[in-house]
Design a protein around this ligand. Structure first.
Ligand SMILES: Nc1nc2c(c(=O)[nH]1)N[C@H]1C(S)=C(S)[C@@H](COP(=O)(O)OP(=O)(O)OC[C@H]3O[C@@H](n4cnc5c(=O)[nH]c(N)nc54)[C@H](O)[C@@H]3O)O[C@H]1N2
Ligand SMILES: Nc1nc2c(c(=O)[nH]1)N[C@H]1C(S)=C(S)[C@@H](COP(=O)(O)OP(=O)(O)OC[C@H]3O[C@@H](n4cnc5c(=O)[nH]c(N)nc54)[C@H](O)[C@@H]3O)O[C@H]1N2
Ligand code: SF4
Ligand SMILES: [Mo]
Length: 673
């Protein structure tokens, strides 16, 4: 590798998907924004800049094995490691195998895992951490538009009159998107930024209006706005009649609650809610952004749909009046969804339940018909239960750290620690999950890998290596090739990564996420163009966009308990396995904390810095207090800190449509220590 040059690549962190140039000088890597990239325009935040300084810290450099989980690990050869995997896969029945992937893998990696597992192994027992992240958004998009895929794009922010953010804290989680919002505000001060969030986050702080609703009352709020719009004759009846279905039923469900009682249930002021109604009733261009505050809930799909209903009802799916844009969390959850890595997916936004989709993939992979199972696999939280009942006995975890990020960690730990489970973990460092494994496969990571990623606005770019990987580690793709070979499969003999991409892109032809015309070496492409469905023909069977009735939630807060919201910090990435190695990224985020309203704390005799006990039926934790501004009886704690694994207190309660877990609304008692 040339030691002094500039490599064009992308950021490995959030779904904003910034394109980067890395200036390499010996072992020093200077990360800058790539100004030639039309999606992110040369912007970036501090995470990749600081991360590039610690890429070689604490890396694994040999496969490690132990037969029993109480034994110490022993280094083994790669060949032996692949044999252990192949032996387990060949000896166990198909439905005893499970694979858990990640939105941080490159598209080529997720594609080949999908081909190996769903195609060659003939099991759909595979899921990704997107189940915890984007599953509700995926289902909602499919129900409304007929396909997954966020509608709008970042450019829509640049001329928006109103930016409506709900359940999202982009100032921390999508900083470059937020900077774009602030740039619009600066150049056009009349732009209105509204944030709907139980917490007065940095995003809310910098907005014109903070709507601090009660956790879980979103559907009630959106329904109230929808019926108020209808009452004022502010719905776009022409659009509704011409290109949509289901409006009447949706409206009558929304009308079941009066505006006044809805507002009361949300715990917000009538004036604030009316301000949103007036925005939608006007001709203003509104861009709607949302993320985990809507996705991670037992009614996550309904929250997504309720929010999108407001845009449909006012004909807002275009450049002049605005549109909804679902913010994607991980850097390549979009790519993973495109290649079909969730338990029901197949490449090119296909589905295992559709015969023609299975056959297209079987033909493409030179497999016999009926090799791919028509039954979706179980989801990750169900897989944890199946490990406990010994139905699943082999789990291969790649690029995710479930021991800290799944709900109900005591149960998760119990499952992963099971003597009947052979646990393989493929990671670049010793994560908490790796430390529980029977077999650890040390991988290359960002800066060392090659492939492609799709960002939150459907823009695909190339990811290129800019440094050597530690000796002894292997790329995720090499590991897949080698395991396939050990299993005796032909169909994984690629001469380069371009060949993997070319094979996948052919499967995307004539699909919504078509990228079949792209040249691997120079991919720079927004599939679907700037905005999806600009011809008002939708991916549904009737080609019409679908309204769906949304039931107003009636969330009950136990008067003794608090609602514990969990989420991100500004500089750390999830379980901190990599960003936790950077002192700069740890500054002010060294310790976990519990955010609480000062007046509620003072009533309980609790002061800033005091340690409190938080507990529920699932467990007990201790955290130091910080004061913030939140809806009454709400708390916030970050979830990535291994020393206080907050998901211990988060129950497994899933959305019935998406099986995404409600990670933002555990009920807890707070006790002064
Ligand atoms: N710094 C940093 N950035 C990241 C990540 C990271 O780990 N660190 N992770 C990336 C990933 S994978 C993801 S998914 C995104 C997540 O990005 P976000 O979803 O923006 O971040 P969260 O902190 O999970 O939650 C967002 C907000 O939802 C609010 N919320 C909770 N309950 C409700 C509710 O009932 N209604 C409404 N309206 N709001 C509610 C919370 O108070 C919180 O402020 O961030 C990405 N970016
Ligand atoms: N309570 C609560 N829980 C949550 C959430 C929440 O808001 N609240 N959010 C959920 C969401 S949205 C998400 S996305 C998940 C994220 O949860 P996880 O995906 O479990 O968390 P990460 O820390 O990102 O784990 C990524 C792992 O991949 C490893 N890794 C890095 N690069 C590579 C590579 O190139 N190859 C391989 N093989 N490994 C690599 C890292 O070292 C790390 O161990 O957490 C979910 N859990
Ligand atoms: S905004 Fe997201 S994608 Fe862009 S540099 Fe920061 S972490 Fe990376
Ligand atoms: Mo996520």
């Amino acid at each position: 590798m040339n030691l002094s040059n500039t490599i064009s690549t992308g950021c490995p962190f959030c779904g904003t998907g910034c394109a980067l140039n890395v200036e390499c000088n010996g072992t020093s890597y200077k990360v800058k924004g790539d100004k030639s990239n039309p999606s992110t325009l040369g912007e970036l935040c501090f995470k990749p800049i600081q991360m590039a300084k610690v890429l070689d810290t604490a890396r694994l450099n040999t496969p490690l094995y132990r037969q029993h989980k109480h034994e110490p690990f022993k280094p083994i050869s790669w060949d032996k490691a692949f044999s252990y995997i192949a032996d387990n896969i060949l000896q166990l029945p198909k439905n005893a195998l499970y694979f858990y992937l990640s939105g941080q893998l490159l598209s080529e990696e997720s594609y080949l895992f999908t081909k190996l597992i769903k195609g060659y192994l003939g099991t759909n027992n595979v899921d990704a951490n997107s189940r915890l992240c984007m599953a509700s958004a995926v289902i909602a998009h499919k129900m409304v538009f007929g396909s997954d895929g966020p509608v709008g794009n970042y450019k829509d922010i640049d001329d928006a009159d109103v930016i409506l953010i709900s359940g999202s804290n982009p100032a921390w989680a999508h900083p470059v998107v937020f900077r774009r919002i602030l740039a619009r505000k600066k150049s056009h001060p009349e732009t209105l930024i509204i944030t709907i969030d139980p917490i007065r986050t940095e995003t809310a702080e910098k907005s014109d209006l903070w709507i601090g609703l009660n956790s879980g009352s979103d559907t009630t709020l959106y329904n109230a706005i929808l019926s108020a719009l209808h009452k004022q004759s502010a719905c776009d009846i022409d659009f509704i009649r011409r290109v949509s279905e289901g409006f009447e039923q949706t409206l009558s469900e929304a009308q079941k609650i009066s505006f006044e009682s809805a507002i009361e249930a949300c715990g917000i002021s009538q004036q604030n809610a009316e301000q949103i109604v007036q925005c939608f009733a006007s001709d203003k261009k509104i861009v709607g952004l949302w993320c985990q505050g809507l996705n991670q809930a037992t009614d996550g799909v309904m929250r997504n749909i309720g929010f999108m209903n407001l845009f449909l009802a006012t004909g807002r799916l275009n450049a002049s009046r605005g549109c909804p844009i679902s913010l994607t969390g991980q850097p390549n959850a979009m790519g993973g969804r495109e290649v079909g890595y969730l338990s029901n997916g197949l490449p090119g936004y296909r589905d295992v339940r559709t015969l023609s989709d299975r056959q297209t993939c079987e033909n493409h992979w030179n497999l016999f018909h009926n090799t791919i199972s028509p039954i979706p696999g179980i989801t990750i939280t169900d897989a944890i239960d199946s490990i406990l009942t010994k139905d699943i006995r082999f789990l291969w975890v790649t690029c995710t750290n479930p021991l800290l990020t799944l709900p109900d960690l005591n149960k998760t730990e119990h499952a992963l620690n099971s003597p009947d489970l052979f646990l393989v973990v493929q990671d670049c460092v010793m994560s908490e999950t790796a430390a529980m494994a029977n077999l650890i496969l040390p991988t290359h990571t960002w800066g060392e890998k090659e492939g492609s990623m799709t960002n939150s606005e459907r823009y695909i770019k190339r990811i290129r290596p800019f440094k050597p990987a530690p000796d002894g580690s292997k790329s995720d793709l090499d590991i897949i090739y080698s395991v396939a070979q050990k299993l005796g499969f032909s169909g994984f003999e690629y001469t380069n990564i371009k060949a993997v991409y070319d094979e996948y892109k052919a499967l995307s032809e004539n699909r919504l996420c078509d990228q079949s015309t792209q040249e691997y070496n120079s991919i720079s492409y927004q599939w679907g163009g700037e905005r999806l469905y600009s011809n008002q023909i939708f991916a549904t069977t009737s080609t019409k966009v679908q309204f769906h009735p949304v039931i107003s939630s009636t969330s009950m807060i136990d008067p003794d308990k608090f609602i514990l919201i969990t989420g991100r910090t500004k500089k750390q990435w999830h379980t901190m396995t990599r960003t936790g190695l950077s002192n700069e990224l740890l500054k002010e985020e060294e310790e976990p904390y519990l955010l609480m309203n000062s007046d509620e704390a003072e009533k309980m005799g609790i002061d800033v810095g005091d340690t409190v006990i938080i507990k529920n039926d699932l467990g007990t934790l201790e955290l130091p207090i910080r004061f913030g501004k939140l809806a009454y009886k709400h708390l916030f704690a970050p979830f990535g800190y291994p020393q206080t694994p907050i998901n211990t207190l988060v129950p497994v309660l899933n959305d019935p449509f998406s099986s995404q877990s409600a990670l933002k609304s555990a009920q807890v008692l707070v006790i002064k220590k």
